[in-house]
Ligand binder design. Structure first.
Ligand code: F6R
Ligand code: MG
Ligand code: MG
Length: 375
């Protein structure tokens, strides 16, 4: 059966700053979906990660379907009025356009979608991250789909030995989607050379070279490309199918044990480690650390099972403790060096303005040689 998985997420307001949505807001989005989605979608699941609400929908209308996108947009619009009525911070902040125009891409919300031939059993993972951007998934995807040190399936399973095709987007190119397709393992050095620069080159999708099936879909939107300036971080969502022709669930989850440093903590302007957290976890220390949650599902003809909270297992407690230590270690150096993002990625204009104001106060000393000659 051909099925589409669509995840659409937005930050439409939260309690106590950028911490987490209110219960009433979350419920209003859920109620809108229940009231208006019945005929359109097969099933849905709602979660929040930090201050972002993500809607996962299964349906048969294909990727980019205007009615499905409108359902999510309207649910976020309905939520926004609740957020405003409750005085939540950043009410409606990710809804950057006034009127819906057929597809939420380019309107603020993040989207990850894939249309698949549903397997007789269809395990997949739905990731959502807050206080970071789509490049946060570069390293875990590289490790899961291109590195046999992480994924033994790449050498053990004949179904995976042909490797995977990475579609990578240059997100600095605002005018249009600029993408490149590269094959692992032959071009894995090229893939690594791009993915290292996670603020510019972002994995958009991954495909099995053995079967041609799509394995992963990542939201790649950069809000400042839409609004022309920073309006918040591009907290990303991702779908990954697992098992059979794809890496095992554990091979996809294992890279998160690194708690690697990603862009986006505090004011969207700091490098902090990515902490794997339980579903529906808010944000805390230093508006972070950046969080990632993961819901595992099985599905039959689009009907979802209950989610398994993949990072709730006791194993992840020690990873969380290490991520907290790494966060505090990085915070010891305040705004110096690697702690704060480069100028091009800062979410605020304060430093640029300060430097511009100081520009006229710089003086250029005469060259020592010239001074000597004059003396
Ligand atoms: C991401 C997030 C942060 C804020 C940033 C700006 O979810 O919450 O990246 O966008 O901290 O905060 P304000 O709007 O208070 O300047
Ligand atoms: Mg936010
Ligand atoms: Mg957020």
């Amino acid at each position: 059966m051909k099925l589409t998985l669509s995840v659409i997420k937005a930050d439409i307001g939260s309690i106590g700053g950028h911490i987490q949505p209110s219960h009433e807001l979350f419920q209003s989005v859920r109620e809108h979906l229940a009231a208006h989605g019945r005929k359109l979608i097969v099933d849905s699941y709602l979660s929040y990660t930090g201050d972002d609400i993500a809607i996962l929908m299964t349906h048969s209308h294909g990727s980019g379907d205007p009615a499905v996108h409108r359902l999510a947009w309207d649910a976020f619009v309905a939520g926004t009025s609740v957020a405003k009525a409750q005085g939540l911070y950043g009410a409606g902040q990710d809804l950057l356009k006034d009127a819906f125009s057929g597809n939420v891409k380019g309107m603020g919300p993040a989207v990850a979608e894939m249309t698949i031939d549903e397997r007789p059993n269809e395990p997949f993972l739905f990731f959502a991250a807050d206080k970071t951007d789509p490049g946060a998934f570069n390293l875990p995807l590289y490790l899961a789909f291109a590195d046999p040190m992480n994924t033994p399936g790449l050498i053990l399973s004949p179904k995976m030995s042909k490797g995977f095709r990475f579609v990578i987007m240059d997100v600095s190119h605002a005018e249009a989607d600029r993408v490149i397709e590269l094959n692992a393992p032959e071009e894995s050095y090229d893939i690594a050379a791009l993915l290292r620069d996670a603020e510019r080159f972002v994995v958009e999708s991954v495909w099995s070279r053995a079967s041609g099936e799509q394995a992963a879909a990542v939201a790649t939107s950069r809000l400042h490309n839409i609004a022309g300036k920073y309006t918040g971080k591009d907290d990303p969502v991702m779908l990954v199918r697992t098992q059979m022709n794809f890496p095992a669930t554990g091979e996809v989850l294992a890279p998160y044990a690194t708690a690697h440093f990603v862009a986006g903590g505090m004011r969207g302007s700091h490098n902090m480690p990515l902490m794997p957290v339980c579903l529906n976890t808010g944000t805390s220390y230093f508006d972070g650390p950046p969080l990632v949650s993961c819901a595992g599902f099985a599905m039959h003809e689009g009907k979802l099972t209950e989610p398994v909270d993949c990072f709730a297992h006791p194993f992840w407690d020690s990873v969380r403790a290490r991520a907290a230590d790494k966060s505090m270690e990085m915070r010891r150096q305040g705004f110096f060096g690697a702690a704060m993002l480069p100028m091009s990625e800062l979410e605020y204009t304060g430093i640029t303005e300060k430097l511009a104001a100081l520009e006229g106060r710089f003086t250029t000393r005469a060259e020592a040689g010239v001074e000597r000659a004059a003396a």
